[in-house]
Design a protein around this ligand. Structure first.
Ligand code: ADP
Ligand code: ASP
Ligand code: MG
Length: 812
């Protein structure tokens, strides 16, 4: 004997039922078969809805019954030849009339008891099994239909009844003996009790019906046919790339299903495990695919973790109090109350001080649990020995399952490390001593992110996904996007990194797409997007709660610089080429660095100094490896270097500045560059990175721009520079007279920083510095005389974008 069970989606309509019929007709050629079926997809939910409507006096239940009748009649008409339809059609009508009378009763009484609800939902499986039997009969497969309620005997716990296995097995045995056949059809889910009332085995219970028939007949196999190709490493509705599991042990399957993997109803495994019957999970819509086998020992493959699952709608109860210490029986009493109220405990943890005990239960039981526990411990609460039980809701449990975990240290480290890096707070943890399962209670809002983080860490050796949000779609932003676009494939192949740009914002609009924005077309997508400001962009980033999120600021805007804190405190990494945050008050710089540390994320700003040049990175490498900075000497302004390299008095100074601006080297207001402020910011950031709590007003600036240049707008500035041409020419001539060049140099030496225009003689390191190049000399303990030198283009959208890009990869 073999047992084949088909779920709701497999029998959702005539087309699907025909697929089932083909699978069954092949199966019976091999072996006698019991076919167990669910209700047509969605019907159980509809029946419950009808019952609730009737009980609450909402007459629309009648229309819904009409719809249900229509659905079943249509299925019969589409499924059977016209000459075979009439008997089945009239049976279906008769059942629905009966159903309507039951609902009228519920309506009149205004009450839907658990017992009547079971009666009501039983129509779903009765109808489907009967219709499917008619189809199989039409195909001359000679099916024998049986009412599972006559065979499966349970207690009186309506809605979730416990099966009396021995009696049930005997009933099944004798039924089969009395009706020898090659094919039997039985409705799943439904049973009855000693009083002959209909009971049900719990939502999803048809799997269990299949297992009961399999165990009763010592079947060769139980096949669970559904709408996915086997069990997967995680719920395919939550992760993008779940891997099929070829083989899994009974224990592992049981753990996964108990912790929420809906693919199999938890009680299903027990009876088949006892009889060592293998269970195959197969896909009705892809019948030739192998699927998953669940058996005693899973053939070990390299996966130490077998799967990840989650349960939603969890509440956490904590019972705490000094009176619990050392007194035996407290936990026993707690579990007694919960058992008395039929409340299922999903997870338990207790602190070693015995000061508190914490249990996870279904949210729907929380109120009852709270009232019952407080009443039960009323005496102790009154005497201050324990506190009233505290209840937290909106939680979920995630579980990592695998029998091999016990022989491999480091799994929980990896699990909690991944959660921590993504700012997922763990409220409670449990690990059985058998080490088949490590579970954690987290906020419901974090489940999807958590499952994806864990799935990526444990299964997706192929690549890690980085979710990037970019603020600023101008010069640098545009270049960054095209570099990202160009390198995506390379990073995937060579670094196992999948960079996905999920958000782009400019000062007026923003676009967001979890699946990744099409980077061939982002400009027009952004043009068409609705108005949005940076605050709504940040709110969406936080709300989306995607794993491995990175916020990239390629603006020069102070409002954007003010949002880093709120992102870092959600463990979202920040990469900035915007210098405002790091060069504002030291307290602000320090706070952002410390937020990044506290929330286990990164705050990177390599491009704040020297654009794409590795200046901050080099400095940090020196410091981290134990070197000490004696002095930093640098030309840090690409703009100023460009301007003084170009200017020789033949073309007016103002015009040279204009050219620098047009080529994209300057800040939006070039006075920040020309006045030395930008260089001051940069040397200050280097000093801060070297450990000096420096502020702007501690830096000496020997400025060369006449004060009049700082008045008015950028246009006024250009006009004023033209008027001051003689001043600039004079600066040039003075240097020229000494055969020196003009360079704007920043120096940090023994805690003191200054910037200013200098005459650079021909033997200086700075003399041969062309175009918009920057040069940084690090004099350190290990580089005392000959400095460590970083030199190269220090401005420009392309190199700045590539520096930002490198920071993004550093985050990963
Ligand atoms: P049926 O109606 O056939 O009983 P269910 O809806 O009860 O089907 O179960 C199948 C569904 O279980 C799949 O469609 C899938 O969305 C979900 N599921 C959850 N976790 C897993 C997992 N680990 N592997 C496969 N499917 C899973
Ligand atoms: N039809 C029932 C339900 O939806 C049983 C099942 O499909 O397994 O819960
Ligand atoms: Mg199911």
């Amino acid at each position: 004997m073999q047992v084949l069970k088909f779920g709701g989606s497999s029998v959702a309509n005539a087309e699907n039922i025909s697929k089932v019929a083909v699978i069954v007709s092949k199966a019976i050629q091999k072996e006698a078969t019991i076919l167990v079926v669910s209700a047509l997809g969605g019907v159980t939910d509809q029946l419950i809805e009808i019952g609730i409507k009737a009980a609450t006096g909402n007459e629309s239940y009648k229309e819904q019954i009409q719809l249900l009748e229509h659905k079943h009649l249509e299925t019969v008409r589409a499924l059977l030849h016209i000459q075979n339809q009439s008997a089945t059609l009239s049976w279906v009508k008769q059942q629905l009339n009966e159903l309507e009378r039951v609902c009228d009763g519920i309506f009149l009484l205004g009450e839907l008891s658990a017992r009547i609800k079971d009666r009501l939902v039983s129509y779903g499986e009765l109808l489907s099994s009967y219709i499917i039997t008619a189809k199989l009969a039409e195909m001359s497969l000679q099916p024998v239909w049986t009412d599972s309620r006559q065979l499966i005997l349970t207690n009186e716990q309506y809605g979730n009844a416990t099966v009396q296995l021995e009696k049930t097995y005997a009933n099944i045995d004798s039924f089969l003996a009395r009706h020898p056949a090659q094919l039997y059809v039985a409705p799943g889910f439904i049973a009855s009790n000693d009083k002959k009332y209909t009971t049900t085995l719990g939502r999803g219970g048809s799997d269990y019906t299949g297992a009961i028939f399999a165990a009763a007949t010592n079947a060769s196999t139980l096949e669970i046919w559904t709408d996915v190709t086997g069990m997967m490493t995680a719920d395919p509705r939550l992760v993008q790339n779940p891997k099929p599991i070829e083989a899994i042990s009974y224990q592992e399957a049981m753990e996964l299903s108990h912790f929420g993997a809906k693919i199999i109803y938890p009680p299903t495994i027990q009876p088949v495990m006892k009889k060592n019957i293998p269970v195959w999970v197969k896909n009705t819509f892809e019948p030739d695919a192998a699927g998953t086998v669940i058996q005693q020992h899973a053939v070990s493959n390299n996966d130490i973790v077998r799967g990840i699952s989650s349960i939603n709608k969890i509440a956490l109860l904590s019972l705490e109090g000094s009176g619990m210490i050392g007194i035996p029986g407290f936990s026993k009493r707690l579990f007694e109350v919960l058992a008395m109220r039929n409340i299922n405990v999903i997870l338990i943890t207790q602190s070693s001080s015995e000061y508190s005990i914490c249990v996870a239960i279904n949210e729907s039981d929380a109120l009852l649990a709270q009232q019952s526990i407080d009443a039960f411990f009323a005496y102790e609460i009154e005497n201050g020995k324990v506190n009233p039980v505290s209840v937290e809701t909106n939680l979920s449990i995630i579980a990592v399952v695998g029998e091999q975990m016990k022989s491999h240290p480091g799994i929980s480290g990896k699990m909690f490390g991944g959660l921590g890096r993504n700012g997922i707070n763990v409220r409670a943890i449990a690990q059985g001593s058998s080490e088949k399962n490590i579970s954690a209670v987290i906020a419901a809002a974090d489940v999807k992110k958590a499952i994806n983080v864990l799935h990526e860490d444990f299964f997706e050796t192929t690549y890690k996904q980085l979710n990037v949000f970019i603020a600023g779609a101008g010069n640098v932003g545009g270049k960054l996007l095209s570099q990202l676009h160009q390198q995506m494939q390379y990073l995937k192949e060579h670094m196992r990194l999948q960079i996905q740009v999920v958000g782009i914002a400019n000062s007026k609009k923003s676009i967001l797409d979890d699946a990744g924005i099409d980077l061939t077309n982002w400009k027009s997508l952004l043009d068409q997007a609705p108005e949005a400001d940076i605050h709504s962009f940040v709110a969406s980033i936080i709300e989306k709660n995607l794993r491995n999120s990175v916020f990239v600021d390629v603006t020069a805007n102070d409002t954007v610089a003010s949002v880093y804190g709120s992102l870092l405190s959600k463990s979202i990494a920040v990469v900035a080429c915007n210098k405002i945050a790091c060069s504002a008050s030291y307290a602000n710089y320090k706070k952002l660095k410390s937020l990044a540390r506290t929330f286990n994320t990164q705050f990177l700003f390599e491009t704040n100094v020297g654009a794409g040049l590795p200046v901050i990175g080099t400095l940090n490498d020196l410091l981290r490896s134990g070197d000490k900075i004696n002095k930093i000497q640098a030309v840090l302004s690409g703009t100023l270097n460009f301007v003084f390299n170009q200017y020789d008095g033949t073309i007016p100074f103002a015009q040279v500045v204009k050219q620098a601006q047009e080529e994209g080297y300057t800040e939006p207001d070039p006075r920040l560059d020309l006045g030395g402020t930008d260089v001051m910011r940069k040397i200050m950031i280097l000093a801060r990175e070297a450990g000096e709590p420096m502020e702007m007003d501690q830096i000496t600036n020997e400025a060369f721009l006449p004060a009049s240049c700082f008045e008015g707008s950028v246009a006024d500035f250009y006009a004023e520079m033209e008027k001051q041409e003689a001043h600039f020419k004079e600066l040039y001539d003075a240097a020229q007279a000494k055969k020196a060049k003009l360079k704007f140099v920043a120096v940090y030496d023994k805690g003191i920083a200054k910037v200013g225009l200098q005459h650079i003689p021909a033997d200086s390191d700075f003399y041969h510095l062309y175009g918009k190049d920057n040069l940084v000399l690090f004099y350190t303990e290990r580089y005392p005389e000959q400095p460590l030198v970083v030199k190269g283009a220090g401005a420009g959208a392309e190199v700045t974008a590539s520096g930002v890009f490198a920071d993004i990869i550093r985050v990963a």
